[in-house]
Structures are given as structure tokens and as C-alpha cells.
Write a protein that binds this ligand. Structure first.
Ligand code: E4P
Length: 217
């Protein structure tokens, strides 16, 4: 499973990238607003740092305006994935972008039917929002599993990009189901390394090393 980082914080992206944990980045208008930076400028900085896809989202809601914004975002760098919402206009824009060879991430997916439409529109990625479904007592992981089944049934090449990931458990659950990608905030990706027995075991090893005077360099 590929790891995308869900943030527009360039320092956080750089830190995880140095750990070799970044296959791509996703942003959205809320994350760009949180960064306090100009969308074109911050997205360019991220694209220059990361080899993989960087999702940048349109803010228009009508087809013509979405197409204009999407092509402008795509000019930032070749690794831009144009992110469009899962609306009828968004699906039409998705078809237009994919016909021009652009990567498209169809976002705000909350049902299997929406994911089916995105695949038919030629989306590169579909972003089902796990955490936001969990928030309203609908099993977000069940949606990931349903989309996996549907896409496998018909050989759709659209990649399942599990989004709105809130915990390290979500990451391993998505991997078990077979999501192609999961996008998570930096803190969640770092939390995947945590285990109380790792901390306890390391403390014991270090204590024994000190007692025995073990020195390597
Ligand atoms: C996906 O691309 C979105 O940016 C993101 O995962 C939304 O997550 P949230 O529900 O935690 O805001």
C-alpha cells in the first residue's frame, strides 16, 4: 500500500520524506487555508520536493470553471493530480482531464455507487472518506472493502485512495482490505511506529549495554 501524506505543511512533508515514507501528498482547500500560504506557491514547493503525485483541489463547482482551474493547477508540475469533488460536474471534469492524460483524484466519496461512477469517468484515484463516515456511525472501512470488490469484479484501474484516516489502526485495516493508497496526517503515519513493547525492549537492551560497557564506535 502506498502512503500519501494529507497535509500542506511543507516541513512535515519534508520530515516524513526524509524517512522514506512519502509516496505522494494530498491537499484540500481546508489544508491549504491552514497553511496560510498561496495555493499555487505552496503546491509548487511540495511538487518540487516529492516525486509522487500531489493532489491539488479545485474550488469551482461548475464544469467550465473546474476545467479552467484544473488545467491551471496541472501547469504547476507534471506530478499534479487534479482533485475534483464527486458531483456530476466533477465527474464530467474528471473525464475531460483524464482524456488529456492528467491524473485525477475524485474526492468526497461516501458510497460504493459514487466510486463506481468515478471509475467510469476514468479517475486515477477515488478518495473514500473513512473517518467522516465513522463520525456518523457508518463503517468507513466497509466502504473501502465494497469498492475493492466492485473494482476487482470489473478490473477497473482506478486506485482506491483511502482518505480521512484518523488512526494507525485505520492504516493497517486499509492495508488488510487492499486499498491501493492511504492518505493520512503526518502524526498518524508516525504513530504507526509506536509499540509499548518496542519501548520496553529497547530500554532493557540499552540498560544491559550500559552495564556491560558495550561500545560500537
Ligand atoms: C483527502 O484527500 C482529504 O484531504 C482528507 O483525507 C480529509 O480528511 P479529514 O476528514 O480528516 O478532514
Amino acid at each position: 500500500m502506498k502512503f500519501f501524506v494529507d497535509t500542506a505543511d511543507v516541513d512535515a512533508i519534508r520530515e516524513l520524506n526524509e524517512l522514506g515514507l512519502v509516496d505522494g501528498v494530498t491537499t484540500n482547500p481546508s489544508l491549504i487555508a491552514k497553511s496560510g500560504r498561496d495555493i499555487l506557491e505552496v503546491t509548487k514547493e511540495i511538487c518540487d520536493m516529492i516525486d509522487g503525485p500531489v493532489s491539488a483541489e479545485v474550488v469551482a463547482t461548475e464544469y467550465e470553471a473546474m476545467v479552467e482551474e484544473g488545467f491551471k493547477l496541472a501547469e504547476i508540475a507534471p506530478n499534479i493530480a487534479i482533485k475534483v469533488p464527486l458531483t456530476l460536474d466533477g465527474l464530467r471534469a474528471c473525464r475531460t482531464f483524464s482524456a488529456e492524460g492528467k491524473m485525477v483524484n475524485v474526492t468526497l466519496c461516501f458510497s460504493a455507487n459514487q466510486a463506481l461512477l468515478a471509475a467510469k469517468a476514468g479517475a486515477t484515484y477515488i478518495s473514500p472518506f473513512v473517518g467522516r463516515l465513522d463520525d456518523i456511525n457508518i463503517d468507513g472501512l466497509e466502504l473501502i472493502a465494497d469498492i475493492r470488490t466492485i473494482y476487482d469484479n470489473y478490473g477497473y484501474e482506478t486506485q482506491i485512495l483511502a482518505a480521512s484516516i484518523r488512526s494507525a489502526n485505520h492504516m493497517s485495516d486499509c492495508a488488510k482490505i487492499g486499498a491501493d493508497v492511504a492518505t493520512a496526517p503526518p502524526a498518524v503515519i508516525k504513530a504507526m511506529a509506536n509499540h509499548v513493547l518496542t519501548d520496553k525492549g529497547l530500554a532493557a537492551f540499552l540498560a544491559d549495554a550500559e552495564k556491560a560497557g558495550i561500545k560500537i564506535v
